[in-house]
Design a protein around this ligand. Structure first.
Ligand code: ADP
Ligand code: ZN
Length: 743
């Protein structure tokens, strides 16, 4: 199958010696019309060339070249690719493209090599030969002396030249002709951690809970077709140690491992924990993420493909790492949205991990303090095995969470929306005691919805129980699930106050206010804007770790995985903003976020406190998070999902169009739905095609519609059929998002 083409497969011959190189999943160069194109072998005919009759054989052209030494897409990945193409309604070509890093696919990067001089016979300075050489050619002697001392008796020519001058090359050549040494081409690995100081560590003695979890995972690794495992462990319960010792078991069986972490959690702190544990084993740990250079990515990928590195730690796309003989896949923070890819193929890496594990017959462990309700429902149904670790290591207390009602605060003092009095006092105490504070600002929620500043009420759809989206130009509120709309109110529907408007402020504003209130404190902002470059994030985290910074103001970026023992206070400034976005998962997100952020407090010997500022103190997301009660939260939330027909009780498929011409985007989507509707079974819920919450991006108008059904095939099958014969106008983009998120 060719890259960048439609999904048609073409037949070619693999003549003579090439037959030994061309395997299922190999990358090849083939002739098509007058061009040479790259592609992947997706099928190999039994019996080879001999099995073909003459006429067929003469009609076929031979492969020009086999690109890879070993198949880049081994059979398990090819199987996964066809599952993904089918389920996510994407082309096989686009899926295979996603699986291979682009610089490997296009052969843009090569191995890095260097010329190296290797000593061939022992050199003795006081031998006859040596004495003779010393008189005639002192430079040659200098080369031999260096080689004799060098590890492995070899030195790169470039290093010799920088030590002994450029003309050393002449001396090397004549030494080579005399048989003293040989110049060879040697491959160099570009190691993204070349400058990091990795100190080895060894396995910790496990707690009882950890031991139970590790034993269960070992059993899964040894089984033929194990159930997926969900590890529910509170923050600080030691999940990482469980992953490490599970991976150890896989390695001991000669198998490989993949660990997925959200991109934002892929901090040096996380990677170092894996690197340290396995520095001396299994070829070390390979790392795959978006900050690698092309050369580094190429070498890390080759190390994995060749089986030299058997453990991979990486972000979303590392789920496609070509690890031979997989023993375990770990998905850490499995509830994270960033596992879902925004552009086609719009896959969810957690789900893909589960499918890949099934194909490989290996173990898969999904870990989180706040599992997604999709995964949790699978535990309740018995499809997944559930493991729990409900206490922190060393019985450290989970932090005390205090909720501050901003409605009451607002009656005491005007303009109190950023910093309430209880939070201010708590911060002052930390400064006096030399402890640190994290202030967290929820940035999800800049989606246009209205909230009353007096009572905190928001406008919700009566039918769908999600926030209505504010369309400013039309001055209307619209439900993006069902299409219900109304005129935007000027007064709050609950308390009749005229103060209803967008609620929102940014981190910069917070920084200004905090610096004014605490003029002597050292304050730093950590968000995507301030930390464009990765090094700046590392530096900022270091300043915080060493205590140079007393107060950090941050967004989602600081919610994950960080471990700062001296942080005893976390303030959450606007907990409810995320509650009122037009997304049925809004509550789940807030619960997850509060739990994760609270998890940053009290990780050292000092106990922690969390203060949550909110207009909705009684919202279940906030109350259950306050009590660290995942069970309570999930069972209530699942009831709501079931009542309104949301996932996990239904699958949701989004279809969207984009065009510079608004009517074309709208018309195409309406047209598609009209064609699709008659083919859908009765039980499929079909929404209205509507402008997306952010209706226009880069001059493109965006429309979307959501479909729901308990059985995904009730939507997917008719949709595939409809799309196959549906003509999308040239100036319109049409995309499908299976298991979509709403905003
Ligand atoms: P989680 O990922 O569940 O939030 P971590 O894996 O980060 O938790 O563990 C929290 C802290 O406890 C870390 O500093 C870790 O080194 C430590 N830890 C984990 N397991 C043990 C153990 N068995 N004995 C001692 N310390 C442990
Ligand atoms: Zn509605």
């Amino acid at each position: 199958m060719l890259d960048n083409a439609n999904d048609q497969a073409y037949d070619y011959l693999a003549p003579g010696a090439m037959a030994d190189l061309a395997h299922l999943g190999s990358r090849v160069m083939v002739p098509l019309r007058n061009r040479n194109l790259r592609g992947t072998i997706v099928e190999v005919r039994e019996g080879g060339v001999a099995a073909l009759d003459d006429k067929v054989r003469r009609a076929l052209k031979p492969i020009t070249r086999v690109i890879d030494e070993r198949p880049s897409l081994p059979p398990d990945l090819l199987k996964l690719a066809s599952w993904m193409a089918d389920y996510y309604i994407a082309s096989m070509a686009s899926v295979m493209q996603t699986m291979l890093p682009s610089n490997i696919r296009d052969e843009k990067t090569k191995e890095k090599t260097r010329l190296t001089a290797v000593m061939k016979k022992p050199w003795k300075a006081d031998s006859d030969e040596g004495l003779a050489l010393r008189k005639r050619a002192p430079k040659q002697v200098a080369v031999l002396t260096k080689l004799a001392k060098a590890p492995g008796h070899k030195i790169a020519l470039a290093d010799l030249a920088s030590d002994l001058g450029n003309d050393v090359r002449t001396s090397v050549r004549s030494l080579e002709s005399k048989g003293w040494l040989e110049v060879v081409t040697e491959q160099v690995e570009r190691d993204p951690f070349a400058n990091a100081d990795i100190v080895g560590d060894s396995a910790l003695e496990l707690t009882g809970d950890q031991q139970t979890a590790v034993t269960a995972i070992h059993t899964a690794i040894d089984a033929d077709a194990p159930k997926p495992i969900l590890l529910l462990g509170v923050t600080g319960s030691g999940k990482t140690e469980v992953y490490l010792q599970s991976i150890q078991h896989a390695i001991d069986q000669g198998k490989g491992a993949i660990v997925l972490v959200p991109e934002i959690a892929l901090t040096p702190q996380t990677v170092e924990r894996f690197k340290s544990r396995f520095s001396q084993q299994a070829g070390g740990v390979a790392v795959l993420h978006s900050h690698l250079s092309d050369g580094e990515r190429f070498d890390e990928w080759q190390r994995i493909r060749s089986g030299r590195a058997r453990i991979v730690v990486g972000a979303r796309s590392a789920v496609f790492a070509p690890v031979p003989d997989l023993g375990i896949i770990v998905v850490d923070e499995e509830h994270e949205n960033s596992y879902k890819q925004d552009n086609p193929p719009r896959y969810q890496a957690r789900d893909v991990a589960v499918v890949r594990a099934k194909i490989c017959g290996c173990a898969v462990v999904l870990g989180s303090a706040t599992p997604s309700l999709e995964s949790w429902e699978n535990v309740r149904k018995g499809k997944y095995e559930g493991l729990r670790m409900m206490t922190r290591i060393d019985d450290r207390q989970l932090p005390l969470i205090r909720v501050v009602d901003m409605k009451i605060e607002a009656t005491k003092r005007k303009d109190v929306t950023i910093l309430s009095e209880p939070l201010r006092q708590a911060m002052e105490k930390r400064l006096e005691r030399g402890e640190q504070t994290i202030l967290f600002l929820n940035r999800r929620g800049f989606s246009p919805s209205l909230q009353c500043l007096a009572c905190g009420a928001t406008c919700e759809c009566k039918h769908c129980s999600i926030a209505l989206t504010f369309h400013k130009s039309a001055d209307r509120l619209i439900c993006h699930m069902c299409g219900y709309e109304q005129v935007a109110p000027t007064r709050c529907p609950e308390c009749r106050e005229p103060g209803i408007k967008f609620n929102g402020f940014g981190t910069q504003r917070v920084e200004e206010v905090i610096s004014k209130v605490f003029p002597k404190a050292s304050v730093e902002r950590i968000d995507a804007d301030a930390m464009r470059r990765k090094e700046r994030l590392v530096e900022a985290l270091n300043r915080f770790k060493t205590g140079k910074t007393q107060i950090v103001i941050g967004t989602q970026m600081i919610a994950k995985g960080l471990h700062f023992p001296n942080v005893t206070l976390v303030g959450i400034l606007n907990a409810d903003i995320g509650l009122h976005i037009p997304d049925f998962r809004a509550g789940e997100r807030v619960f997850q976020l509060l739990t994760q952020v609270a998890g940053r407090a009290g990780r050292g010997d000092l106990s922690g406190e969390v203060i949550v500022q909110t207009f909705s103190p009684h919202s279940p997301s906030i109350q259950f998070a306050r009590q660290h009660d995942f069970d309570g939260y999930s069972s209530q939330e699942l009831e709501f999902r079931q009542a309104f027909g949301y996932p996990p009780y239904a699958r949701m498929v989004g279809i969207m169009t984009r065009s510079t011409k608004e009517n074309m985007a709208e018309f195409t989507l309406q047209n598609l739905i009209a064609t699709l509707k008659p083919k859908l079974p009765q039980n499929v819920m079909i929404g209205e095609p509507l402008p997306a919450a952010i209706a226009r991006v880069k001059g493109q108008f965006r429309y979307h519609v959501f479909l729901r059904a308990t059985n995904p095939n009730h939507i997917l099958k008719p949709l595939r059929e409809t799309l196959a014969s549906f003509t999308v106008p040239d100036d319109v983009y049409l995309g499908v998002d299976v298991d979509c998120y709403q905003v």
